[in-house]
Design a protein around this ligand. Structure first.
Ligand SMILES: [Fe+2]
Length: 208
């Protein structure tokens, strides 16, 4: 695991090799499970921004509402809150300092296959974002970079990396291109996204 903090062009932290081998095995079991017909949903069916993306996704907290422990991903991605990286993130800038006090989160699983993208938007109701990325190797797709149009900045989203940033940062995803690949073969770009923050009213699910 390698962690790098960036102050510019906005505060963010990138961790490479975030999950270990056993955790990755559990994650891929679930990624493969959801890459089947009638599992990943179009934007209008999972509460996404309908006119901004054509990539399918699923909100894991909704699917596993009553039995979270049945989700490999919801189980292993507690790591984000447990190993001190939010404390590191909080040191970058004061605007990130409450990240380690977060008490709720939502997890989305999203898949980008050929021709799929996400136009520039801000997840403005979210305090913090943690985007993790997965793809089969050798990598068969091009595109899929995480782009920050206002800052002329982009990230390549390495396999098994996570980027943590404030929710006010506008972002988009470049169109993914894959030749001669069936959607359900899963050779595209997976993103497991955590939206998290602090909520004293505790109207959202506790993350611990
Ligand atoms: Fe977003």
């Amino acid at each position: 695991m390698k962690t790098i903090s960036y102050e510019n062009p906005f505060p963010h932290l990138i961790v490479n090799d975030f999950y270990d081998k056993n955790e990755l095995t559990l994650i891929w079991e679930e990624l493969n499970f959801f890459t089947k017909p009638d599992k990943l949903l179009k934007a209008k069916n999972y509460g996404g921004i309908e006119d901004r993306t054509n990539a399918r996704a699923v909100v894991l907290d909704e699917v596993f509402l009553t039995h979270r422990q049945m989700s490999n991903i919801l189980t292993v991605n507690r790591k984000l809150f447990k190993i001190g990286i939010l404390k590191e993130f909080g040191k970058i800038h004061d605007c990130c300092s409450i990240a380690e006090d977060c008490n709720w989160d939502i997890t989305k699983l999203r898949y980008y296959h050929n021709g799929e993208y996400y136009e520039p938007h801000t997840d403005r109701s979210m305090q913090f974002l943690g985007f993790s990325y997965f793809y089969k190797e050798p990598k068969k797709f091009s595109g899929g970079e995480l782009v920050f149009p206002k800052y002329n900045y982009q990230l390549t989203c390495e396999n098994n990396s996570i980027i943590i940033m404030p929710g006010w940062v506008e972002h988009s995803v470049n169109e993914v291109k894959i030749e001669n690949s069936d959607y359900y073969d899963g050779w595209g770009r997976y993103a497991i996204t955590s939206f998290f923050g602090t909520n004293d009213k505790k109207i959202n699910k506790q993350y611990k």
